[in-house]
Design a protein around this ligand. Structure first.
Ligand code: PLP
Length: 403
């Protein structure tokens, strides 16, 4: 198989352009730790606060320290089938950017990616605005998005696109799902992998809410999170076409840190091609250092994650108690930071826009499911990951707006 089998011709075009000095950064001279290394008198960088962290560091795709820390963290919490090692990943300024890297280097302009409705519609911009890749929506007409039968709808989407002469290159799954707050079962994930194998598609898996999973006594059949990294591709699909993403924005509540990670365990050519434009998405080395320190501290991460999950569970119980008391229907969920509620069921106006306008009059901002290309109207996404006094104020305003 040639390189062009697993990345786009645009991606192949990036390969010769990897900055030459990346080699130098990887073997930097140090009088004690690396006396055989290369002395760098070439790069215009001379600030000496924390000499390494405030330079171009180890290159533009994340420090060696952070890659090591990500491996330790992913191997501990994501149960990968093959342990993640530094050469399986690249560090990006956030998960949105990691997905855009896929768009740039796996696909060509006008190629399409299948995404099921509802979905986080910023994907349209992430794929489209610069890389010119199109989102092709998949509808389910009442089917549960997480069930096995829903996989067939993607295949129908693929076949329809082919008939139109469009080139579908990938399926994107995002779970725990934004905005529905649920996970795909292992069995369903494997069905997606099988479908990708059948049509030679890439599988992009946004696992940004991986750790935001909590106990929900209301759901007997709650599906736990299973990382795609924990599944074997053997007999299902080309492993070079599986690409997962995770970052600090959600599970660590640190959107401003701008640290994400793209994991592609069997496709070194793809990761190499990203180096050529990594200058334009180089995460701050200060954020890189802070992230590495945080991920390396297992005692802290264990403690933080269990506290975080118990707080999500408490918030879920608190908000759903309010919803039940006020007769507001909601969709049960066991993951993510939000909850889908049916405000149309209790509002005296009908359209989503009118409901949003009522909420805005009370100075309450929430998003409507129509903004996520939902197939049904009347649903809204409430973020529940807030301290109780913030939830109280928001729910009070919601009640005032709708009554
Ligand atoms: C599903 C999903 N992916 C990616 C992102 C963007 O993450 P980041 O801030 O790491 O770019 C978000 C943010 O809301 C999201 O919901």
């Amino acid at each position: 198989m040639s390189q062009s089998d697993c990345i786009s011709s645009r991606g192949v075009g990036f390969l010769p352009d990897v900055p030459k000095f990346f080699d130098v950064l990887n073997i930097l001279w140090h009088p004690e730790t690396n006396p055989e290394g290369t002395v760098n008198l070439g790069l215009a960088e001379n600030l000496h606060v924390n000499p390494h962290a405030l330079t171009y560091g180890d290159g533009f795709t994340g420090s060696k320290e952070l890659k090591k820390a990500f491996c330790q963290f992913l191997n501990r919490y994501f149960e990968p089938r093959v342990p993640v090692i530094p050469s399986h990943s690249t560090i990006t300024p956030g998960v949105g950017n990691a997905i855009e890297c896929c768009a740039w280097s796996l696909f060509n302009s006008q190629d399409q990616v299948l995404i099921g409705r509802p979905y986080w519609t910023a994907f349209d911009y992430i794929f489209g605005i610069r890389a010119g890749v199109q989102v092709r929506e998949v509808s389910f007409k009442g089917l549960d998005l997480f069930c096995l039968l829903a996989v067939d709808e993607y295949e129908k989407g693929y076949i329809a696109a082919k008939k139109e002469g469009k080139c579908v290159q990938a399926i994107l799954l995002c779970y725990p799902h934004n905005p529905l707050g649920r996970c795909y079962s292992k069995q369903v994930l494997m069905a997606y992998m099988r479908l990708c194998g059948k049509w030679d598609l890439h599988l992009l898996v946004g696992e940004i809410y991986a750790l935001s999973v909590f106990e929900n006594a209301e759901m007997e059949d709650a599906v736990p999170f299973t990382s795609v990294l924990s599944l074997s591709a053997e007999g299902l699909m080309d492993p070079r076409k599986i690409h997962a993403q995770w970052g600090f924005s959600k599970d660590f509540g640190a959107t401003g840190m701008r640290i994400g990670c793209l994991i592609s365990q069997s496709n070194p050519v793809f990761l190499k091609s990203l180096e050529s434009f990594s200058l334009f998405n180089f995460p701050s080395s200060l954020a890189d250092n802070a992230a590495a320190a945080l991920l390396m501290d297992e005692k802290f991460t264990d403690c933080y994650i269990s506290l975080y999950r118990s707080r999500l569970e408490e918030s879920y119980k608190y908000v759903t108690r309010f919803l039940k008391e006020h007769g507001i229907p909601y969709r049960k969920s066991n993951a993510s930071l939000f909850l889908m509620v049916n405000l149309a069921a209790v509002a005296h106006v009908v359209s989503d826009d009118d409901i949003l306008a009522l909420l805005r009059e009370e100075k309450l901002y929430v998003t409507s499911a129509s903004g996520y290309k939902s197939e049904t109207s009347g649903w809204f996404r409430l973020v529940i990951a807030h301290p109780q006094h913030v939830l109280d104020e928001g729910l009070k305003r919601m009640q005032r707006a709708l009554s």
